[in-house]
Design a protein around this ligand. Structure first.
Ligand code: IMP
Ligand code: MG
Length: 188
């Protein structure tokens, strides 16, 4: 079935069905690694919330969830990418010491956000700490971070959907699409 694409959306990179299938595969990898253990999934607001819920539903080992809110300072870059400077705006509700923690990301891009979060969480004494991301854009990586689970590697294009936004819009799209903000004219 054809989907009507919103203005500025160039093409669909991964359909809703492809995303759902890949999420199930990654959930199975996570189940295999954490068999017999309890997992704490930590979601970074707001981008990774959609991925977190889909993943949590597909994982069969017992999971707990918690949320971190971050804010970037310096303002968003022109292309909407994070400028790399972040701080915690909303902290976790519970401690994570002694827990097996999986940090759930929407996208690992330059790696700055993820590295900052990893360092912060590592300092709180978890039993283990790993990263699971929906999207990985390694071509733009500036700082190295160990990505243990990833659904998709993506090209160097700005994407939206499945939690990812352009100016807070399009997070609720079930597919992942390539957005070209220049195509939006005066609204870009
Ligand atoms: P990093 O610190 O450069 O790795 O950026 C990570 C954050 O930048 C993500 O959590 C997103 O909020 C944002 N971001 C990076 N690339 C995209 C994109 O293609 N679409 C939407 N948001 C993005
Ligand atoms: Mg984000």
């Amino acid at each position: 079935m054809d989907v009507a694409l919103p203005p500025g959306m160039e093409r669909i990179l991964f359909t809703e069905e492809q995303v759902a299938a890949r999420v199930r595969e990654v959930a199975a990898e996570i189940d295999a690694k954490y068999q017999g253990r309890e997992l704490k999934l930590i979601s970074v607001l707001k981008g990774s919330v959609f991925f977190l819920t889909a993943l949590a539903r597909a994982i069969t080992v017992p999971v707990k969830i918690d949320f971190l809110g971050i804010s970037s300072f310096g303002g968003p870059a022109k292309d909407g990418h994070s400028p790399g400077l972040v701080r915690i705006a909303k902290d976790l509700d519970e401690p994570i010491d002694g827990e097996d923690v999986l940090l759930i990301e929407d996208i690992v891009d330059t790696g700055f956000t993820t590295r900052y979060l990893l360092q912060t969480l590592a300092g709180r004494g978890p039993n283990s700490l790993a990263i699971c991301t929906l999207l990985d854009r390694t071509v733009r990586r500036i700082v190295q971070v160990p990505v243990e689970f990833r659904c998709f590697e993506i090209p160097d294009r700005f994407v939206v959907g499945c939690g990812l936004d352009y100016r807070q819009l399009y997070r609720n799209l079930g597919y992942i699409g390539v957005m070209n903000p220049d195509g939006l004219g005066k609204h870009s």
